[in-house]
Design a protein around this ligand. Structure first.
Ligand SMILES: O=C1O[C@H](COP(=O)(O)O)[C@@H](O)[C@H](O)[C@H]1O
Length: 224
């Protein structure tokens, strides 16, 4: 586990450099590489910095760690975040694979999305995780009734409903999120630093699902 700390904009640039280097390194050995990014609001400066990195973007596949089950036109769409902030300039050549379908619910769409996700260039070169103030990562929420399934299944994606969130969601499973050569955690603010400290001090993954990713090598990028 490594910790990088800097002002937010500089930290985002450092994370973008690290992820770009990971992709370049694997592209020397593989025809195509996969990047898994998270949504929410924290990643915006990182995604914008990554979009400016010189890469053979046509050989890069991008998908999400999780998604709210909303239309891409919705402000809450993680896919919209990727399209607006990462798929710009040369990075538009990347192949972006979203996690929603035309189905009305994630339960109805999960099989189609699972097949789509399974065809990507796994193991991912990098998974960039975020974390909520409740210790959730991707859409692995402590108050989700599907958390045990998401932490134990070999399926690539899980439909998720949780009382704390307004929309149903779909998430890569913990097993699939672990199928990567490198993992990064991008968080900001004192309160999330404190939540991470609490997570590091215990082992109840149901209470703080981020714990599912603290035992393997993890590059932590934190800004005040
Ligand atoms: O709902 C979500 O929350 C987490 C954390 O988002 P942040 O803006 O607080 O960093 C995010 O990683 C996840 O992709 C998103 O769906």
């Amino acid at each position: 586990m490594t910790l990088e700390q800097a002002p937010r904009e500089r930290l985002s640039g450092q994370l973008a450099e690290a992820v770009a280097e990971a992709l370049r390194s694997d592209l020397a050995e593989r025809d195509k590489v996969l990047l898994v990014v998270s949504g929410g609001s924290t990643p915006v400066p990182f995604l914008r910095a990554l979009a400016d990195m010189p890469l053979p973007w046509s050989r890069v596949e991008v998908t999400l760690a999780d998604e709210r089950w909303v239309a891409e036109s919705d402000d809450d769409s993680n896919a919209r975040l990727v399209r607006e902030h990462l798929l710009r300039g040369e990075a538009r050549q990347a192949r972006f694979v979203p996690l929603t379908s035309e189905a009305a619910t994630p339960e109805q769409g999960v099989a189609e999305v699972a097949e789509r996700v399974s065809g990507l260039a796994w193991p991912a070169s990098a998974v960039v995780l975020g974390m909520g103030g409740d210790g959730h990562t991707a859409s692995l929420f402590p108050d989700s009734r599907e958390l045990d399934l998401a932490l134990s299944t070999a399926e690539p994606v899980v439909a998720v409903r949780t009382p704390s969130q307004p929309q149903p969601r779909i998430s890569l499973s913990a097993d699939r999120l672990h199928q990567a050569y490198r993992h990064f955690l991008h968080i900001t603010g004192e309160s999330k630093r404190d939540v991470l400290g609490k997570a590091l001090a215990g082992d109840d993954t149901r209470a703080l699902p981020i714990r599912a990713f603290l035992a393997s090598p993890l590059g932590i990028y934190w800004a005040p």
